[in-house]
Design a protein around this ligand. Sequence first.
Ligand code: PAF
Length: 279
Amino acid sequence: MIVARTLAEFISAYNELPNKSDIGFVPTMGALHEGHLSLIRRSVAESTSTIISIFVNPTQFNNANDLATYPRTLEADCALVEPAGVDIVFAPRVEDIYPEPDHRIFNLGGLDQYGEGPRRPGHFNGVAQVVTRLFEIVKPTRSYFGEKDFQQLAILRYVTEDQKFPISIIGCPIARATDGLALSSRNALLTPAQREAAPHIYQCICQAREWKSTLTPDEVVARITEAINANPELETEYIEIFNARTMEPVHNWEDAQEIQLGCAVYAHPVRLIDNIKLK
Ligand code: PAF
């Protein structure tokens, strides 16, 4: 496994790969966990070579403190992924990705209007900036993303098609701890009391599956918000029940064929997100 810390190092490692038309790519921001490993294992199983990137992308953070405190654990990350069969870890410097400030504004097909979009202004455009830049450098055959960032996955599918990248976007199921908490790099920032409280989020949102037979989507949102906030360690930022294709909130269960519930909950100052399929 080669760890490339600059674009030049990456290019020389890339040039040695045996079959450049069969590359699996897992873009990450590091602080890797079992969720990332599930993406990496799938890429290794399906591809001649697997490249992962570890880059904490400044343009997708709309909160300076979140960027400053985002966990950075390159050595542990490399130790974790090497046995999984990764060929290249690309851990570039900011200037390798952004030699000049990136002013591109992407067409996100309106998929950023709801959910995380209005709560994190500029976030998805920043994700599109870094992922398209990485796609140009890595030129993968397929790229793997977790369904935990459900809206990100939908937006990246859209952008990949809109920008005509010949890359298959593959979504992979959320990896959860045994107590149900969705695995996230941010979980490392939780205090022991918050970590104990955090599985409450998944337990509460799963109740929507029962409540939906008697309550409207808006009533379900209100019930879940109340249930999550009953835990003193947690504060709901939003719960949305939405059309899984357009991300648009639904107010009747008949409004869409595929319906998802998404949420963001603070265990202050850590922001946790999760989602489940409802229909
Ligand atoms: O999901 C993430 O970790 C990031 O948003 C991504 C896709 C690696 C872009 O920085």
